[in-house]
Design a binder for this molecule. Structure first.
Ligand code: NAI
Ligand code: MG
Length: 502
């Protein structure tokens, strides 16, 4: 049974930040919203109120888009690429310099363990910004060796140039708030775009810290604007705004579809990072010493509130008992607790609502006849905790195996088939296609499975290897486009072709 830890006290610096009079970040200034309204921010581990943040609405989105447009057409368009690069490096250094505060605010706001916050903000915050900072000076066009019309002198030159797409609306979720903000801002700024960011209503704190750091870095006014607000209100206004050239969204598939419809008004460009239900396929020759912790980490990282989570295990029947027993044992040893407590392995879920939703799925799993091997309940007391849960003997006909739960719930089913196509067909029986992994020592089996699984990422003997340089994104209803890597820059650029007749 999982131990539940208690101790939990923020530092004086964090307390000071929380107690501030928070405002919206528009045009390089901290400003009040047009209509006075607030968002109360809670600690999911204690259910206590942490801070009050202004709630921006459509009028504030208008102001922020105007500021982003002004910066895009003004100062930002004149800054040369080396200087853009330096500004991004400076921002990355400031994140490193403020790491303790960033980690603490992230942990209090989201609930993730301190170590997870530290690792993710360092690697996908600061290092990700540096990665894109390096791209500023390497955005190249092409020269194209054709003569499209009869050149009077038989000579011509055709070249392309990659230009920034314009003003970007970024709408992000609550599961990894600070890095989600950075995942959008860094490639946008590297490409020369400006941004209006709407953080998730549940987790606005680190976005506000980022506003401070953006200002300190000397990034010109209006290049990044930050408007906390609700989705149906500020988010919808941003997605529909005629002054926005592109929306970058991460969140649920359901809202992703709404974003697409909202974007139709001015045919703005859209990239979507949506849900997942990623397969984790174990062959009998796999190194089980790596499979077991790999599956537990893949499924329960961020309490299972992550889009690439390995939520569906397909395990060969010869090793099924051993692997599922191993995972259940490991998962039961995880200590639940506030992210700031020294030894927490797993934090709380983001909200009471999310816990209800996850418990609803666990009930559905029980009723569908799946075998509960560990977890299945929520510890009593304060905090939105759910014990890591493993269901065995699931099938793709069950709701728990088909739908994205976004909580610490793992489904395991066995296969006996040596027909890899049949195994892959089960793995592909979902509307999603984000991540996936294959575990075997046989290189032919591994690569054949990689070919057969329809996901934006399929790894071998590891799950969801993420790096600023590795493209990441979904197939089917997991989304449109890729983030990370060179491909992650493309959605922020448009191509202009020029022909010169000599
Ligand atoms: P959500 O998709 O509603 O929220 C994500 C962001 O979209 C937030 O900033 C929200 O304010 C905004 N938003 C909501 N409605 C909007 C609209 N009509 N127009 C523009 N922006 C809008 O996610 P929610 O409700 O917090 O979580 C529900 C479920 O969604 C989760 O249980 C999970 O299954 C899934 N989800 C998946 C994520 C992923 O990364 N794959 C991230 C967050 C949620
Ligand atoms: Mg929602």
């Amino acid at each position: 049974m999982n131990a539940v830890l208690q101790s939990h006290s923020p530092s004086a610096t964090a307390r000071e930040f929380l107690a501030r009079r928070h405002r919206l970040f528009i045009g390089g200034q901290w400003v009040d919203p047009a209509e006075k309204a607030d968002i109360e921010v809670f600690d999911p581990a204690t259910e206590e109120r942490l801070a009050t943040v202004p709630r921006g609405g459509p009028k504030d989105i208008d102001r922020a888009v105007a500021a982003a447009r002004k910066a895009f057409e003004g100062e930002w368009s004149k800054i040369n690429s080396h200087d853009r690069s330096k500004l991004l490096f400076r921002l990355a250094d400031l994140i490193d310099a403020n790491m303790n505060l960033a980690v603490e605010l992230e942990v209090l706001d989201n609930g993730m363990p301190r170590m997870v916050a530290h690792y993710s903000i360092a690697k996908f915050g600061a290092d990700y910004i540096r990665y894109y900072g390096g791209w500023c000076t390497k955005i190249l066009g092409e020269t194209i060796p054709v003569s499209p019309q009869d050149a009077p002198n038989g000579e011509s030159l055709t070249y392309t140039r990659r230009e920034p797409i314009g003003v970007v609306g970024a709408i992000i979720p609550w599961n990894a708030p600070m890095i989600m903000a950075i995942l959008k801002i860094a490639p946008a700024l590297a490409a020369g775009c400006t941004v209006v960011l709407k953080p998730a209503e549940l987790t606005p704190l680190t976005a506000l810290l980022l506003g401070d750091l953006i200002r300190q870095a000397g990034i010109p006014d209006g290049v990044v604007n930050i408007v906390p607000g609700y989705g149906h209100d500020a988010g919808a206004a941003l997605a529909a705004h005629d002054g926005v050239d592109k929306v970058a969204f991460t969140g649920s598939t359901e809202v992703g579809k709404k974003i697409l419809l909202a974007a139709a008004g001015n045919l703005k460009r859209v990239t979507l990072e949506l849900g997942g239900k990623s397969p984790f396929v174990v062959f009998p020759d796999a190194d089980l010493g790596r499979v077991i912790p790999g599956a537990a980490r893949g499924a329960f990282f961020l309490q299972g509130q992550n889009c690439m989570a390995s939520t569906r295990l397909f395990i060969h029947e010869d090793v099924f008992e051993k692997v599922t027993r191993g995972i259940a044992q490991l998962a039961s040893s995880f200590r639940l607790g506030p992210g700031l407590a020294q030894d927490s392995d797993l934090g709380p879920l983001i909200s009471g609502e999310q816990r209800e939703r996850v418990m609803g799925y666990i009930d559905a799993g029980r009723k569908s006849g799946a075998e509960l091997l560990c977890g299945g309940d929520a510890p009593p007391g304060k905090g939105h905790f759910v014990r890591p849960t493993l269901f065995a003997r699931t099938s793709m006909d069950m709701k728990i195996a088909r739908e994205e739960i976004f909580g610490p719930v793992l489904c395991a089913q066995s296969f006996s088939d040596s027909d890899l196509k049949a195994v892959a067909a089960e793995a592909n029986r979902t509307i999603y296609g984000l991540s996936g992994s294959v575990w075997t020592r046989d290189i032919s089996t591994a690569h054949r499975m990689v070919n057969l699984i329809d996901s934006g990422q399929v790894s071998i003997n590891c799950h969801a290897a993420v790096d600023p340089a590795i493209p990441f994104g979904g197939n089917r209803q997991s989304g449109w486009g890729r983030e990370f890597g060179r491909e992650g820059l493309d959605p922020y650029l448009k191509t202009k072709a020029t022909t010169v007749m000599f």
